[in-house]
Design a protein around this ligand. Structure first.
Ligand code: AMP
Ligand code: MG
Length: 434
């Protein structure tokens, strides 16, 4: 039996798994058990609702469409006339219907109404013959009866959404079409979850911020910018707390401030073997934090748990903590694999897992069994429609340039070994349409 850890326990005691070789799926499962959903919600205007999480089901207050209407420009008539008709059918035009302007009268047998797309179907009509199929002479139109089926080219009242039905379910991360759908119901605002507050900072004496001179032995802090950008994409409230030097007191002070300010705290650096002892003491004083070695590349070291703003467990405000590795690509992969699903769950989002697309590798790939690898790849579809992929070059966990060049991760499964050219792999594409 798999006994995963629970919030009441410690993030370190994971029976069955070696915390120094924790499979990605196990780490994801443990993290999700620690997540508490954000309760607070707020009403926002539709224009500000994109990418927010719906806090409750939206029940349709009306039928959409509100009335039967024409799906094409043409002539509306009672489709009963088609029954038994063979060869040509002729009808007399008795009036017009435009979108927003219904034909007011009844339509007698043998008659039809000139109708435009979106116009309400006149009483007694259920079928539209498109204008392209008709020849008109004066008030009389003629068309081949078997070219139209009864009910064709008419949209039914409520066929898109029925009044009283669930139009969108709670947990929906609102997309452009959803905003349009809410507008089509006449709603002016949406009840969405409050934004998750995520504070983040970088650690390291060697870090300089862009705009500052770069002294010998120093590097620019890229992680804070990557983290800020990834958080922006998730539409959370991102709080940039800057850079903290490798100084225990400064680190403890910043962690307390972060827990006071945010629901989740992300740090980068200081969790690898060489540095872990220093951070470990601070984190473990402030809360319940474990240091894992994930069976993942890049992104092996990770600190995870809960810290308290009061300086020790149970005092002040609690925040979930992710101590991410310092190497820039490791930071990104850890964010996407471990942090992102947790943030989505905390925000109350019913998120689907990111889809994997089957592809063939253009070249041999070295892969060690017993860890999941996320290589940076450039994927394309060949002339036959098959996805093909090649790594973008250096897979060093520090090389952001090959991450920038890539358009996907090549996901190499935990149990997989070396691959030959032409072998099947899964890819996770970076860009989506909506
Ligand atoms: P650490 O996890 O602190 O041992 O850092 C691992 C590597 O990542 C080192 O080469 C660091 O210089 C580098 N690194 C740490 N933090 C950052 C950062 N914020 N931006 C860019 N590189 C970093
Ligand atoms: Mg460091």
């Amino acid at each position: 039996m798999t006994t995963l850890n629970h919030p009441s326990g410690s993030a370190g005691c994971i029976s069955q798994y070696d915390p120094q070789a924790l499979p990605v799926s196990a780490a994801q499962a443990i993290v999700l058990q620690w997540v508490t959903r954000l309760a607070a919600s707020e009403r926002v205007p539709l224009r500000e609702a994109l990418a927010r999480v719906l806090a409750e089901d939206v029940i349709s207050p009306i039928d959409v469409p509100a009335h039967d209407n024409a799906a094409m420009d043409g002539y509306a008539f009672d489709g009963a006339a088609l029954a038994g008709a063979s060869g040509n059918l002729s009808l007399t035009v008795c009036g017009k219907a435009f979108a927003g302007h219904a034909y007011p009268g009844e339509v007698a047998a043998g008659a039809c109404v000139r109708i435009m797309t979106g116009a309400p179907m006149p009483t007694g009509c259920d079928t539209v013959v498109p204008q392209e199929l008709v020849s008109a002479q004066g008030d009389v139109i003629t068309f081949e009866a078997n070219a139209v089926k009864r009910g064709a080219n008419a949209r039914r009242k409520g066929e898109d959404l029925a009044r009283g039905g669930v139009a969108l379910a709670a947990g929906r991360v609102l997309r452009a079409s959803d905003i349009g759908l809410l507008a089509s119901l006449g709603l002016v605002e949406a009840n969405v979850k409050q934004r998750l507050r995520v504070a983040y900072f970088s650690t390291g004496d060697e870090l300089r911020s862009p705009g500052e001179p770069l002294e010998a032995g120093c590097i620019y802090d890229s992680n804070r910018y990557v983290l800020g950008a990834m958080l922006q994409r998730l539409n959370v409230e991102a709080i940039d707390l800057g850079v903290v030097r490798d100084d225990p007191a400064a680190l403890a002070a910043m962690l307390k401030l972060a827990a006071e300010t945010a629901d989740v705290v992300l740090t980068s650096g200081g969790v690898s073997v060489g540095e872990a002892d220093f951070t470990r003491t601070q984190l473990q004083t402030l809360g319940d934090v474990s240091f894992w070695g994930l069976a993942m590349r890049p992104g092996r070291p990770l600190a995870f748990g809960r810290i308290w703003s009061g300086g020790r467990p149970g005092t002040g405000r609690a925040a979930l903590l992710f101590g991410l590795p310092g190497n820039p690509v490791a930071t990104m992969v850890s964010f996407y694999q471990i942090v992102r699903p947790a943030l989505m769950a905390m925000a109350g989002a019913q998120a689907q897992p990111v889809p994997l697309v089957p592809a063939l590798s253009d070249q041999p790939i070295k892969k060690r069994e017993g860890r999941t690898e996320f290589q940076r790849g450039l994927a394309r579809r060949d002339a036959s429609g098959q996805w093909r992929v090649a790594p973008t070059g250096s897979q060093s966990s520090g090389a952001l340039s090959t991450m920038s060049e890539a358009n996907c991760f090549i996901v190499l499964a935990h149990e997989a070994g070396d691959l030959d050219a032409g072998d099947a792999v899964d890819i996770m594409l970076f860009d989506g349409l909506v």
